[in-house]
Design a protein around this ligand. Structure first.
Ligand SMILES: CC(C)(COP(=O)(O)OP(=O)(O)OC[C@H]1O[C@@H](n2cnc3c(N)ncnc32)[C@H](O)[C@@H]1OP(=O)(O)O)[C@@H](O)C(=O)NCCC(=O)NCCS
Length: 156
């Protein structure tokens, strides 16, 4: 398995809007979203711009060399922070997801005061995501018929 030591995260900017839209609509990616429908360009732009402007949302883009390889997003809510991750579909299945989650969580924690519990809400059949979060220092908390909740373990 590749070590992905060359992974660098940086805050998302306007340049990343289209990449995220293309990745989000890829069938291999959107099958794992709770809403599996394609998102239109105008709707996506609105979503992206409001996220970038929102102080309670942090989006980091992962790069390896000149290639954008994934994205991780943190949304601070009243009682917790929700995290979601998504790869450039060309980089699926290489163990990169866990690295982005690990590095992204460290970065988010280091840049945030009074961090609330970091929670990932994952579709029950999305085993790759559950394994990636577990590898990145998250623990299984609970599940229902459709979703599984993982939470970042403190200090891990
Ligand atoms: C979730 C995601 C980030 C995982 O990243 P990844 O680097 O592609 O993950 P991998 O394919 O390397 O799989 C991670 C682990 O799950 C295992 N795995 C993958 N699919 C599996 C399956 N169907 N059954 C059992 N194990 C599986 C892999 O073998 C790997 O195991 P290992 O760590 O022991 O080697 C990536 O798949 C993704 O972006 N998916 C689309 C969006 C998404 O699902 N986001 C998460 C929403 S919270």
């Amino acid at each position: 398995m590749k070590r992905h030591d060359d992974l660098i995260l940086s805050p998302a900017s306007g340049d990343d809007c289209k990449d995220l839209w293309v990745w989000r609509n890829n069938p291999l990616i959107r099958i794992n979203f709770f809403d599996t429908e394609c998102v239109g360009w105008e709707e996506h732009k609105k979503w992206f711009n409001s996220n970038i402007a929102n102080p309670n949302t942090r989006i980091y883009i992962a790069k390896q060399g000149t290639k954008k390889t994934g994205v991780i997003r943190f949304e601070i809510k009243d009682n917790c922070t929700q995290v979601s991750v998504n790869l450039n579909p060309d980089y699926l299945g290489k163990g990169l997801g866990a690295k982005i989650i690990e590095q992204g969580s460290e970065r988010f924690i280091s840049e945030t005061k009074n961090v609330k519990p970091i929670i990932a809400e994952i579709k029950k059949n999305n085993i790759a995501s559950q394994k990636a979060f577990a590898k990145a220092g998250f623990a299984f908390i609970k599940e229902d018929d459709t979703r599984v909740i993982y939470q970042k373990i403190r200090g891990k």
